[in-house]
Write a protein that binds this ligand. Sequence first.
Ligand SMILES: Nc1ncnc2c1ncn2[C@@H]1O[C@H](COP(=O)(O)OP(=O)(O)OP(=O)(O)O)[C@@H](O)[C@H]1O
Ligand SMILES: [Mg+2]
Length: 237
Amino acid sequence: MLTVGDVFTSYGMIKALNGVTLSASEGEITCLLGPNGAGKTTLMFTIAGILRAQAGSIKFDGQSIERLSAAKVVEAGIALVPENRLVFPTMSVEENLEAGAFIRVAKDRAGVDDDIERMYMRFPVLKERREQMAGTLSGGEQQMLALARALMSRPRILLMDEPSVGLAPLIVEDIFQIIRDVNADGMTILLVEQNANMALSVADKFYLLEHGRVTFEGAPGELEQDEVIRRAYLGTE
Ligand SMILES: Nc1ncnc2c1ncn2[C@@H]1O[C@H](COP(=O)(O)OP(=O)(O)OP(=O)(O)O)[C@@H](O)[C@H]1O
Ligand SMILES: [Mg+2]
């Protein structure tokens, strides 16, 4: 469904992605693991059209998307749940959800309202707090809001950047259960995680990214768990 072919992305002189090739298949959870600074967020931003690749191709459903603006990428059916949640802190929960539907709120008010109600069914904690300012939610609640906001664009694939970071273990379990549920409803997911154990527990396929390059790809079980964890945290060097 999504294929990234030999993508290079730099920040000025700093080369963050040095020829990344990977793919995510429809209906699957594909995980991307790798140490700090490996280029995981850079890859998510490049797919999402927030950063521009210097070279390489990004295809979604056979359509080239590497030249599209971030808004057009959302319209194409790709939604990013950014690292560190990044909800709009001074807007209410409900306003954040509406913002997630920015591509169609003007022409489909009733559909957006229906989707907000659907989000409240999936995330009851958000319903209780619909009027609350998003910046005052707990970390776990903000993660749920960031996910619900992304779903409001009715994506076909979700890019999730480290949804578990900084959350207590019980909350991490909740978040991963929601990831499983959303996937079971048919959503394709590309998931960046530092928590290799949790990632491997949900992944159909995973990639290791080190120094802006893919150094392993396979299914969970094809590489020993200890080795995955070591390389996901520390890299090979
Ligand atoms: N805005 C920026 N300007 C310059 N260099 C940057 C910028 N953002 C990231 N980098 C560099 O690009 C490389 C990849 O960073 P990136 O944020 O993609 O890593 P990451 O794998 O997401 O790491 P983490 O696990 O810490 O989130 C790093 O060397 C980083 O210092
Ligand atoms: Mg990152």
